[in-house]
Design a protein around this ligand. Sequence first.
Ligand code: GCU
Length: 444
Amino acid sequence: MRKFIYFLMLCCFIAPQAFAQISQQWRDSINKLNTEDHQAMKKLLGITELRPGPSGNPDAPNAANTDESKASPYTSLPDPLIFKNGKKVTTPEQWEKRKPEIFEDFDREVYGRVPANTPAVTWEVVGEKDTVIGDQPAREKFLLGHVDNSAYPAIKVDIQLTLVTPADAAGPVPVIMEFGFIFPAHWKMPKPDGPTWQQQLLEKGWGYAILIPTSYQADFGAGLKEGIIGLVNKGEPRKADDWGTLRAWAWGASRALDYFETDKNVDEKRVGIEGLSRYGKAAIVTMAYDPRFAIGLIGSSGAGGAKILRRVFGEQVENLAASGEYHWFAPNFIKYAGPLTPNDLPVDAHELVALCAPRPVFISAGSPAVEGNWIDAKGMFLAGVHAGPVYKLLGKRGLGATEFPPQETTLIKGDIAFRQHEGGHTVGPNWPVFIKFAERYFEK
Ligand code: GCU
């Protein structure tokens, strides 16, 4: 499949029309394979029917709800500070015992379990050069993380990573790692008005890294028998509680951090993770599961990320569980789109934020007028609000607000931060605010 993707990328250079045609055929065949695997997972779970999700098109007759008065019929938001046996968590020591209960629920029912023995990764620096990013002189390193595939040589996995640090750095620097999209060759990224996020970080004297999640786990169900998930399963289909793509992507981020621990240009105690949209989901999963990450910038992550799943607003569990997105999760998660409902989930997104405590997390959203309502900014804000008591228990500060603030209100005084910027589906306008927030932790 990988060779075929390279071939498609090549076509893109040569003949855009031929590319469009082939890529449509390719998408159709991928969709067919996604549906087949999705069906197989439903069969595994004994599910015959799923409730369909609402439409992301606001003009469609079945458009997702955007009416706040109909948004929150949930009565059962789980309390992160109550043990399964009903006892209250009142001390940081008790929280340490409560955390595994919450992880277990997320593992089994939502994101899936990372296999006990994931193969080792050997990092190779495949290229290195002096460069200038904007007006910032920097050192750029290209890396490949070779995943040991001796147990199943039919699947080869290499993690792609780029690390850029200021050329004149006197010692190890903080690094923010982004889960990076690969855009088609003819795609022109809109240029921001001011300096790019990369320039802003370098100007600060910090570095950045870009990890390519699809280099080690494809972003569709048909790819689950390949990549790191397929390698560990030796090409076989997943079990009901096996990891989904989000956890696989987060696993790769942890392997990149393993590398940073060995690179003298990086201060591994000051490494942050950032992502947008599906990669915003991956970023919060990374933060929650790997306590070595010092800070998170969670961009428009929406449902499956920082948004309360029980909220009937924007994207719903029924959308996530359908054949286009179910691969992000454990197969078990599909159950919550039929026969179960989102109210049956043993956990919700505020507990994912809580698992990041006491470390700082910045929840970012765009303007509903530009970005739309699919990602449900208020649902993400509320996850921050309801994670607050855990931060407080650990001697930290939550959001410092319980009412959803007007757009462009900057809530960065606590250890959970929130800001809905004026732009669209991007982290862009929030970068300078995030950097200010991160200074508090990185420049102590
Ligand atoms: C879709 C999907 C979202 C996701 C987004 C993206 O809109 O429904 O859950 O966040 O794609 O990643 O771009």
